[in-house]
Design a protein. Structure first.
Lengths: 174, 379
């Protein structure tokens, strides 16, 4: 019996459908990355604005829309971190007043301890947790977004979760 | 804290069932992390979805989704393809003189005449162009000299080339096939058949005396091809430099033309001078004859005259079924060598493009790697 490979046409969803499906994922990713709900809101808006402009460039054959949106969200966050870093350096150079503490993340919701413990992780570790655990990306997708190898993602995630458990005092558990 | 293998951790994240307390606790932690952030607040959701609904369902330009720039790999592939196309066009032009037999040896006694000869049936060589170290390729009585350039290779010179080749074939069938192959080869080289005298007095024996005209630049290729038709019994090639003769004729024509102009001028003054008219007629006749000779010489320098005698006569031909295989192998080898030379030429032509493309690819990768590293550092 011969098998004939037939390529199924890749259907292209509408942007509104993608936005409705992926909005929460993008917001949760940015919230984990920034630890600042207001900033996450702003970056989510910027992400979807950018995505809408670039929607014609999206090629469904190359990956899921969710991954594409997270990549845009990551670029938006990186741009923000860069500009924030420049602003902070400028402030430190010219301002004489005492450096102010950055606003503490809003703690609340279901598990304040978990939020605090997550806040103790580095941004990179939080990103890996967001990609693999929160958004459910597989190793290859997480590696693609984070610019790491699949094994580095796996190792980094393991390290991040170990730290998280340590912060939560799980080491004392039997 | 009980360590969990990273591979197992991946499996648990991807939905594997936990085993033991440690894994169960870890899964609880993962669930907690998953449920930590509920998602976008309602006002943000409403704002974004309202905005997204304005996006047209189809791309307004109706084009296929693609990046505004071609990925570097595609650009490099395009460059290489263009270079390959250029090579396909250019390289055959470089080799348009046909395959050059580097083994040809010419014995030159006269600066204007060269001769290549493989005399006598006892030579029984299978090659039409004897190798440089083959002493039988040297004309008897001539002292070996350094190898001259191939036939017709002297640029800017007018050369008359003549050759005669006698080739033995096995039987009448082979005679017919060899004749056809010789004519095909000559046509392929841009020449033509002047005459063919095919004679088969009985069913077992026969011969064919062929005369070809082939562009001088490709005469050697034709002679080489003739050698592959069977056993070469005799071969001779003569080359004569016609440039001095053509130059002399051209000079003479110029002088005659001037002479005729002077006579015509004098006839204008003395129109009734019969002696002048007679002189002018004689000069004009000489001029015509000189021009005709010059044209003839030039025509002779354009096409070589190649005689090919195919015969079944002579001692038993060496071409046996093994010989046919040998011949096929030799022809295949020659073709392979030609393809190899072409490939080498194309490689030389393509190498700079490939180097530039490769360097570009490496550079792009390095820049991308550094950019990704910066992003990771930032995160």
């Amino acid at each position: 019996m011969s098998h004939v490979a037939v390529k199924e046409p890749v259907t292209r969803p509408s942007f509104a459908e993608v936005a409705a499906t992926e909005l929460d994922s993008v917001h949760r990713y940015l919230l984990h990355l920034t630890r600042d709900p207001h900033l996450a809101d702003d970056l989510t808006s910027a992400t979807f604005e950018r995505a809408m402009r670039d929607w014609r460039r999206f090629d469904p054959r190359k990956g899921r829309p969710g991954v594409w949106l997270i990549e845009i969200a990551r670029r938006q966050a990186l741009d923000h971190f860069r500009s924030e870093g420049r602003r902070r350096r400028r402030d430190e150079r010219y301002a004489s007043e005492e450096p102010r503490e950055s606003p503490a993340p809003e703690v609340g919701g279901l598990s304040p301890d978990l939020r605090v413990a997550l806040g103790g992780l580095s941004r990179s570790e939080r990103e890996l947790i967001a990609l693999r655990v929160v958004l459910g990306f597989d190793g290859a997708e997480a590696a693609e977004v984070s610019g790491m190898s699949t094994s580095a993602v796996s190792t980094g995630l393991h390290r991040a979760l170990s730290k998280l458990r340590t912060h939560l005092g799980e080491e004392d558990a039997p | 804290m009980k360590e969990i293998d990273p591979a197992r951790l991946d499996a648990l994240i991807d939905g594997a069932s936990p085993e033991g307390d440690a894994e169960t606790n870890l899964c609880s932690l993962l669930e907690g992390v998953r449920d930590l952030e509920p998602g976008a607040p309602p006002d943000l959701r409403a704002r974004i979805l309202e905005h997204a609904a304005k996006q047209p369902a189809r791309d307004p330009r109706g084009k296929r989704a693609r990046a505004w720039f071609a990925p570097p790999r595609l650009a490099i592939a395009g460059t290489l393809a263009a270079a390959a196309a250029a090579a396909v066009i250019v390289v055959p032009q470089l080799g348009s003189d046909g395959p050059v037999n580097e083994n040809s040896t010419f014995v030159t006694n006269d600066p204007s005449t060269s001769r290549l000869s493989a005399p006598g049936a006892n030579a029984r060589t299978k090659s039409a162009a004897p190798s440089a170290n083959d002493s039988q390729a040297v004309a008897p009585g001539a002292s070996p000299v350094e190898a001259a350039p191939p036939i017709g290779a002297r640029s800017g010179r007018l050369q008359e080339v003549r050759s005669a080749t006698r080739v033995q074939v096995t039987d009448v069938q082979a005679l017919s096939e060899a004749s056809n192959e010789a004519m095909r080869e000559v046509r392929r080289l841009g020449g033509y058949t002047v005459s063919s005298r095919y004679s088969v007095p009985n069913g077992n024996q026969g011969d064919n005396a062929l005369v070809f005209r082939v562009p001088v630049a490709r005469a050697e290729a034709a002679i080489t091809a003739f050698g592959g038709l069977g056993t070469v019994l005799r071969q001779q090639a003569d080359m004569r430099d016609l440039t001095p003769a053509v130059t002399a004729q051209t000079t003479a024509a110029t002088l005659l033309e001037k002479r005729a102009e002077i006579l015509r001028a004098r006839l204008v003054v003395q129109p009734d001078d019969a002696d002048l008219k007679k002189q002018l007629s004689a000069v004009e006749a000489q001029l015509r004859a000189t021009t005709t000779r010059t044209d003839g010489l030039k025509r002779r320098a354009e096409f070589a005259r190649l005689s090919l005698d195919l015969t079944t006569d002579g001692p038993p031909a060496a071409v046996t079924p093994d010989g046919q295989i040998e011949g096929s192998l030799r022809r295949s080898g020659a073709r392979l060598a030609s393809v190899g030379a072409w490939t080498l030429g194309a490689g030389v032509l393509l190498a700079p493009f490939a180097l530039v493309g490769g360097a570009g690819l490496v550079g792009v990768r390095a820049v991308r790697g550094r950019s990704r590293q910066r992003d990771r550092d930032m995160i």
